[in-house]
Design a protein around this ligand. Sequence first.
Ligand code: GUN
Length: 292
Amino acid sequence: MNLIDGKAISAQIKQEIAEEVANIKAAGGKTPHLAAVLVGHDGGSETYVAAKVKACEEVGFKSTLIRYEDDVTETELLACVERLNNDTDIDGFIVQLPLPKHISEDKITEAIDYRKDVDGFHPVNVGRMSLGLPCFLSATPSGIMELLKRYEIETKGKHCVILGRSNIVGKPAAVLMMQKGYPGDCTVTVCHSRTSNIKEMCLQADIIIAALGVPEFLKGDMVKEGTVVIDVGTTRVPSDKTKSGFRLAGDVAFDEVAPKCSYITPVPGGVGPMTIVSLMKNTLLAGKKVIY
Ligand code: GUN
């Protein structure tokens, strides 16, 4: 069993990005600038946004954090998006989700200029990804592809079973794993909460991407010997062993599944650290203005 070390790979990629940023600056180019919009005080969102801002510092980007209280109106938030769209110093920006219930996430996402949509959530970017055209790829699937590449894991002709059909992980991961080339060229099966024979499907998989958000869903008797398992689960569960009072639980029963795998990602330290690096990669791309 080989452990896929997302922490080490993400540190390596951050270093590569930092070197490129230093070269851009040395040549008199513009420092890439990411803005993040954070609404309210959700604990998870606060943590994620703080990590994004810190990553910007580490690679040499400029970053701006814009905060609103929970009672911000949709109109105010749309006006903020419009300002950021028109701000020529901002290369890319994100609006951290989830948003309060009175604000339409779809409306906000669609209002973002797709050329600054470094989350890759805008329909133009999702559509372009499906067509295999240049675009901003959403962070988690992009991070998974990068891990497969860096570990030189064979994907051609393999059966990839994806657990979960979310717009930000399951669906885009299915598209990328079936696309022509490497990583890709897989036969893909997408399973979800209404799939009746998930165990049977998983037992046929060469690669499993678990993105259901159900802690320890994938058990040892659901995988065959030699499977590659990518665990995208990050459910916060209470814990008396951590200072924060919670720990992150993956979708994979790691102790049972790991001994059967050829490769497996841990939680934490697998896919998680890669998502921020994907955002940094997209911001660098946005700074270069190559997506138009
Ligand atoms: N909430 C959870 N993940 C993400 C993400 O990748 N981007 C944004 N904007 N919000 C999120």
